[in-house]
Design a binder for this molecule. Structure first.
Ligand SMILES: Nc1ncnc2c1ncn2[C@@H]1O[C@H](COP(=O)(O)OP(=O)(O)OP(=O)(O)O)[C@@H](O)[C@H]1O
Ligand SMILES: [Mg+2]
Length: 279
């Protein structure tokens, strides 16, 4: 679905490359997590998936990004946006219409769809994001979680095959965060939408990502299944990445010779602790 080949990018005027010779693939239906400390290049990478880089934000762009076979150098942002939906950190910056319904309709109006199809898509997008009944609401009056789900609904209405979300929960309270994360899981597992998610909630990535890539100062330094990634807890800590509590405890118990492997999720840790208490 996405193929990144030897990608390097330096913003115009910047001294350093923000992305350095990165290569990886995302398969159809896959859930890819992206981890990395602040400034490691996560957002820059996300902006290359729908062509904003290099079309709208310029710089020295090397290598290639292919989306469903289209080279992003050649396809326009408008074309790529039908395949890749991008959701950003701050929901307020993505909403600018008077009602929830108009917000979702807005993205559709330039597609040249008939009125019935537009209506169907609005209904579907609001239903799946749990915003049914709020059609006439003024977006600024929604809760943080609702606003972010509305931003997702507006992108979903375009029926993208890939959803790229750049820290979509970092400005939300715990309830809003939970709502948005469970929506992302549902879109991946039940709608088959390919997900690329930048998220600091590593517990969530442990449980739901199929694969994780780790960036450090623009370089791709690790790639693997969540368990393989979190097995390297010490290295992640060096890179400034938050480690799930269960992994921290697991690593401590492993160090003390009480457990065989460190990378455990919550459920596995509880099971292991129960077994330890019994023995
Ligand atoms: N518009 C820009 N012009 C110049 N340099 C930029 C620009 N945007 C980002 N950078 C630089 O590129 C590097 C990567 O930034 P990026 O925003 O991609 O990191 P990030 O991993 O998303 O960080 P965060 O976790 O803080 O969101 C940083 O060194 C940053 O200063
Ligand atoms: Mg960022």
């Amino acid at each position: 679905m996405i193929r990144v080949e030897d990608l390097s990018f330096k913003y115009t005027g910047a001294k350093e490359y923000s992305l350095k010779d990165i290569s990886f693939k995302v398969k159809k239906g896959e859930f890819l997590g992206i981890l990395g400390a602040s400034g490691s290049g996560k957002s820059t990478l996300c902006l290359t998936f729908n062509g904003i880089i290099p079309h709208s934000i310029r710089g020295d762009f090397r290598g290639n990004v292919f989306v469903k076979g289209y080279n992003t150098r050649e396809a326009s942002v408008a074309e790529l946006s039908k395949i890749v939906g991008l959701v950003l950190q701050n929901p307020d910056s993505q909403l600018f219409n008077m009602t929830v319904e108009e917000e979702v309709a807005f993205a559709l109006e330039n597609l040249g769809l008939d009125v019935e199809e537009i209506r169907r898509r609005i209904y579907w997008a609001l239903k799946i994001t749990g915003l049914e009944g709020l059609e006439k609401e003024f977006p600024p009056n929604l809760s943080g979680g609702q606003k972010q789900r509305l931003a997702i609904a507006s992108v979903l209405a375009l029926k993208p095959e890939v959803l790229v979300l750049d820290e979509p929960t970092s400005q939300l309270d715990p309830i809003g965060r939970e709502q948005v994360l469970s929506l992302i899981t549902l879109l991946n597992k039940e709608q088959g939408i390919t997900i690329v998610l930048v998220e600091h909630n590593t517990e969530y990535l442990f449980d739901f990502a199929d694969r994780i890539i780790v960036l450090d100062r623009g370089e791709l330094v690790m790639e693997g299944k969540p368990r393989e990634i979190f097995e390297e807890a010490d290295y992640l800590r060096e890179l400034g990445i938050r480690i799930p509590i269960s992994v921290k405890i697991g690593a401590e118990l492993k160090r003390k010779g009480l457990l065989e492997k460190a990378a455990l999720n919550d459920k596995e840790l509880i099971k292991a602790l129960k077994a330890l208490l019994k023995s």
